[in-house]
Design a protein. Structure first.
Length: 153
């Protein structure tokens, strides 16, 4: 039985408010992409408000920064959803809706099974990746780390 799940945070700085024509295609894709994630193999959890997504959350001082978080059973299941489903089309269209940031925009880490990550923890993981690069604390698809080994008792 797995002791850890893979948690992820990704952030984006919007080019315009969500209710503008420029963001219409992005907003229209939220519900179907979230439904696709919810039913994807390996999906465990995603951050959402009563509206069904996380776009209403503003955990950064900059109101144009939005956040997304989810938990998966493995790096492979998250990679499959991200790059092998229609989701990849939205990844490819990022520049239509979001600024290119000069820092990592996502971080992955291992979370104990049954423990959901908080936004504060996720921001700390992303900050660690930005400051130190890939490590067991926070990493990317390009350099994934294995889950921690169980403690010997």
């Amino acid at each position: 039985m797995a002791l850890y799940h893979l948690a992820q945070i990704n952030v984006a700085r919007m080019l315009a408010p969500l209710d503008t024509p420029q963001m219409q295609a992005f907003v229209a894709g939220l519900e179907p992409l979230n439904a696709l994630a919810d039913g994807a193999p390996g999906f465990v959890w995603r951050l959402q408000t009563e509206d069904g997504d996380a776009t209403g959350l503003r955990p950064f001082p900059d109101d144009f920064m939005i956040v997304n978080m989810s938990v998966w059973d493995s790096v492979e299941s998250l990679r499959e959803y991200t790059y092998k489903t229609v989701h990849v089309e939205y990844v490819r269209r990022r520049k239509e809706w979001f600024e290119k940031l000069d820092q990592p925009i996502y971080a992955l880490w291992w979370q104990p099974v049954g423990q959901l990550p908080t936004v504060t923890e996720a921001k700390t993981r992303l900050d660690h990746l930005i400051q130190h690069g890939d490590s067991p604390t926070a990493f990317t698809f390009g350099k994934p780390f294995p889950p921690p080994l169980p403690a010997e008792g």
